[in-house]
Design a protein around this ligand. Structure first.
Ligand code: NAP
Length: 505
């Protein structure tokens, strides 16, 4: 819990106290932390069921308190005397404290001895040895994940030492998400989360609400299967919210995480060590992942790109491509595919998944690509027809599919001109933004638009079925995906407006 004034901090605490019976007051965020003590007293008297930690971290431990060690300990003592059951003191300070001072503090509240490494995750055993020289009730070690494998290091450390010490362990940073969600299962006594999005006190921290409702942290146990989406970048992926919704809805004991994989060897080490049962693979690894797999189905081998991995019971990794289902399913809900005339714009991985899948369904497939050789190669291998741009305005199709990135993000470009959009349906693979220039042009020409989010959900639904053997709750997945996409679009628009305002002021 943070705030720039005690009143703000405790208003926030009041707002979440019904849902959260455990909170940390970051007194070091206040300009004068001592002024919060009467508020602590009032709050803890009013809510005796709440467990609260008082933290007043000094600069040496990565906090904001600029006072001396003695002043820090004085504030923590007063917080303890006024109702906080736990106090946090960083190792650097504790090692300098006079003998007996910490023990005296410990008679008033349980002591969390904490250590933070803001650069990496290493030498955890040495740190623990240093820490356990000082008697405390909990030892908290927070490091920074610079690889996905750092999470494995942290979790193995927790598994090995948590039966002898009461440990709290996690990795900060975007890549630390695995330890934030799975650390408790590995032996961490508890974990830390932001009271609300935007109120994070550590890099990569997620909100308490997200930990509970998206990742269902309270239900994770040894049998929970771990799934994830791996790519670089991955921060804005909608897959975690879509997949965790599906897992919850279908009562599958599983959790799905966004894995920022900077290299494939790092990712593969995690798949082996955690272990991960199923993976969605996204840019830029859909092709390169193939050589790390034990087997793929013939369809995936033909496409040359894999977006789904299953880890079988024998530990072997099998690759599939569900982008095909992402294209075929929304189309077959709208028109008969046998004999349908379909133009695919692009010849990359997504285009290949579409072209081969549609050919298998009996469609008449046409390909238009910026570079002729790539288009020719795909047309030849799939027995599809290559179209020249100059001929396009004379042709009509049942469906046009955009499988290029043209129009993504803030781009206002369209891969096709208005007079080249002659079709009943447009499937726009891009979903961010939801309204690309191509979508706008298609609408003005009376073309029915199938949004990219539908493809994303349908390919995810197929992944869900492969992993769990259950039908996917597709409608619920699409509903939640649309909400998440709207929120993401609004956040981006808000961010841009703020940046513009700053520029003007
Ligand atoms: P990719 O393998 O990099 O292929 C990109 C294709 O687009 C290539 O054929 C490339 O042509 C063409 N292209 C790139 N820039 C172009 C430009 N400025 N003008 C004309 N053509 C251009 O990418 P991918 O994985 O196939 O993905 C393609 C798009 O589909 C991306 O926007 C991706 O986000 C989207 N997608 C969406 C979903 C979903 O679930 N909704 C799933 C997969 C992919 P050249 O051969 O000439 O380079």
């Amino acid at each position: 819990m943070t705030g720039i004034e005690p009143a703000e901090m405790f208003d926030k605490a009041e707002a979440i106290v019904r849902d959260d019976g455990f909170m940390e007051f970051r007194l070091d965020y206040l300009p004068r932390p001592g002024l919060a003590v009467p508020k602590i007293k009032k709050f803890t008297e009013l809510h005796p069921h709440v467990f609260s930690i008082a933290t007043c971290r000094r600069g040496v431990g990565g906090g904001r308190f600029r006072g001396s060690l003695a002043a820090q300990l004085e504030i923590l003592t007063r917080a303890a005397d006024n109702g906080c059951q736990l106090v946090d003191v960083e190792l650097e300070g504790a090692e300098k404290a006079k003998p007996g001072v910490l023990q005296k503090l410990r008679t008033r509240a349980a002591l969390i001895l904490s250590y933070h490494d803001f650069r990496c995750t290493r030498k955890l055993e040495n740190i623990l040895e240093r820490m356990t020289a000082i008697p405390a009730d909990f030892y908290k070690i927070v490091t920074t994940a610079t690889t996905l494998s750092d999470n494995v290091v942290m979790m193995k450390f927790l598994e090995e030492h948590s039966d002898r010490h009461s440990l709290i362990g996690l990795c900060m940073g975007e890549q630390g998400i695995i330890s934030r969600v799975l650390g408790v299962r590995a032996g961490s006594v508890f974990t830390f989360a932001a009271a609300h999005p935007g109120q994070e006190t550590g890099a990569g921290q997620v909100s308490a609400q997200e930990l509970r409702s998206t990742y269902r942290i309270e239900g994770l146990d040894a049998a929970t299967r771990v799934f994830g989406v791996a790519g670089d970048p991955i921060a804005h992926s909608l897959s975690p919210i879509i997949m965790n919704t599906a897992l919850r809805r279908e009562n599958v004991n599983g959790v799905y995480l966004a894995l920022h994989a900077k290299t494939l060897p790092d990712l593969m080490a995690c798949v082996r060590d955690i272990p991960i049962h199923g993976l969605s693979i996204t840019m830029p690894y859909k092709g390169a992942i193939l050589e790390h797999l034990d087997n793929t189905d013939s369809h995936t081998a033909k496409i040359g790109a894999c977006n789904t991995i299953v880890r079988a019971q024998d530990g072997k990794l099998y690759g599939f491509n569900t982008d095909t289902s992402g294209v075929v399913r929304p189309l077959e809900q709208r028109l008969p595919l046998q004999g349908a005339k379909i133009l695919v714009v692009g010849a990359g991985g997504a285009a290949r998944a579409a072209v081969f899948g549609l050919k298998e369904r009996g469609c008449e497939v046409y390909i238009l690509n910026r570079s002729m050789p790539a288009g020719q190669k795909l047309a030849r291998s799939a027995k599809a027809r290559l179209v020249k741009r100059a001929d396009l305005r004379k042709l009509t199709f049942d469906v046009i599919i955009n499988a290029t990135p043209v129009g993504m993000g803030s781009s206002k470009e369209s891969p096709l001109n208005p007079d080249e959009i002659n079709a009943r349906y447009l499937l726009e693979m891009i979903y961010d933004p939801p309204e690309t220039r191509l979508v706008q042009l298609a609408r003005t020409r009376g073309v029915d638009v199938i949004p990219g989010i539908e493809m994303l959900v349908q390919q995810a639904a197929r992944q869900f079925e492969i992993w769990t053997g259950k039908p996917a709750p597709t409608d619920e997945m699409l509903r939640i995906a649309n909400i998440a996409l709207q929120e993401q679009t609004a956040r981006k628009a808000g961010g841009k407006a703020t940046a513009k305002k700053k520029q003007l002021s």
